[in-house]
Ligand binder design. Structure first.
Ligand SMILES: [Zn+2]
Length: 411
């Protein structure tokens, strides 16, 4: 679908623009082609255009989830091991197409997909199909296969007889030369970001240990930066976070065990943090059988402490949910968690719009409602700056000037 030939004039009850301004009422927004043409207070549309009236809704920039896995589906349906080992890449791609559609309809117009988890470079093909309008989906920034230290990811080989060849969830490398070669290959295949796993549960008792040395991380990151690819590092332990920061990474994923000094370092280095709160909650609830979205669970009480440290130390906190662990199209749960654990709704919304756009280096393309930017615009019933759960009630989704979802009762 290409952008409509007729301009679109939207008259929402309220508008939130993805900047420091509070919600405004009585504002209108005009889309021409794939751009936001004008924002103002004129109620009268200019000349020939389509009018969308949303008196009960708040208009906001298209939402961004910067840690997603379109090639996974909830582990409560199929374990991660079984998805990687038993589901063919073609099957996983068909699922990913459906996941991308659900995500877009939920108001998420951009995703950073951080690794196909064993589905090769299918994310790059999916990104192409979305860009070419073959299938509907959010605009994608992708990481391809992602990179892990040899023998330091899953499915665990110890579950199989030693002479089995066990497919892995990412590309395995050891040493500076191999890691640099993998970075170059993945960039050459079309990775926008390089994803490295800085630690994993590979200790003798299944405990988390660092997987790459600082020297390996430095080599990979220097190479990626030469190729203009930012680097995201999976790090749950404090030691892996520290190594990744010293090596110059651009974002840290998870950071569940980060200490205050490490968040201070993160803020000083200008590295972005994606706390992936919902994944933590979902995995704990799958494991222990408790209800989801419960801030009193052991896992979430612990993570609340590190999340607060990151806020106190002034770290740039993006919104990245690790969706795929839980159902696609429910990415809004991450913003709800951010608010539950101490952010204001305004802060959480900033993370999922303007701040994520800046982390993705796309702040001049999208992430705010501003004339000249891409027309990525969503509307929700209610006011999400007062009640973040309003994000569950999506009324309108426009990506790049194309309407993908309209208020019920309109055509
Ligand atoms: Zn992830």
């Amino acid at each position: 679908m290409s952008a409509a030939a007729t301009p679109i004039h939207i008259r929402p009850g309220r508008m939130w623009r993805g900047d420091d301004r509070a919600v405004q009422s009585g504002m209108t927004l005009l889309i021409e082609g794939n751009r936001i043409r004008a924002i103002g207070s004129r109620a009268q549309p200019p000349g020939d255009c389509e009018i969308i009236d949303l008196p009960e809704a708040t208009l906001l920039p298209g939402l961004i989830d910067a840690h997603a896995h379109l090639f996974l589906h909830p582990y409560s349906e199929t374990s991660w091991n079984d998805q990687v080992l038993k589901e063919a890449e073609a099957y996983r791609t068909i699922r990913a197409v459906r996941h991308a559609h659900a995500t877009l309809l939920a108001g998420f117009t951009t995703l950073r997909d951080l690794g196909t988890e064993g589905a090769g470079y299918a994310d790059i093909a999916l990104k192409r199909a979305i860009t070419e309008d073959l299938v509907p989906g959010p605009r994608l920034k992708v990481a391809g296969r992602a990179i892990v230290a040899s023998g330091c990811y899953g499915p665990a080989r110890s579950l199989f007889r030693p002479d089995c060849c066990v497919p892995q969830g990412a590309e395995e490398v050891s040493g500076g030369d191999e890691i640099v070669r993998a970075v170059r290959h993945q960039a050459a295949h079309g990775a926008d970001w390089i994803k490295l796993y800085g630690d994993y549960r590979v200790g003798p008792d299944g405990e988390t240990t660092p997987t790459f040395s600082e020297a390996e991380l430095r080599a990979a990151i220097a190479c990626a930066h030469d190729l203009n690819r930012p680097v995201a590092v999976h790090a749950t332990s404090d030691e892996a976070m520290r190594r990744a920061l010293e090596a110059g990474c651009d974002s840290i994923e998870h950071g569940y065990e980060g200490r205050r000094e490490t968040f201070t370092l993160m803020a000083r280095k200008g590295c972005a943090f994606f706390p992936t709160l919902t994944a933590r909650d979902a995995i704990a609830s799958y494991r222990h059988g408790h209800a989801e979205d419960d801030p009193h669970s052991e896992a979430m009480r612990q993570i609340a402490i590190t999340f607060r440290l990151a806020i106190e130390e002034g770290v740039t906190i993006g919104c990245g949910s690790d969706v795929g662990v839980f159902a696609h199209g429910t990415n809004y749960r991450e913003l709800e968690w951010m608010v539950r654990l101490g952010m204001s709704p305004h802060q959480a919304l900033m993370s999922a719009t303007a701040i994520n756009a800046r982390i993705l280096r796309c702040e001049n393309s999208f992430g705010r409602l501003e004339p000249g930017l891409c027309a990525d615009v969503v509307a929700v019933k209610g006011d999400p700056t007062r009640d973040i759960s309003a994000l569950r009630r999506i009324e309108l989704v426009i990506k790049n000037g194309v309407v993908y979802r309209r208020p019920e009762g309109t055509s």
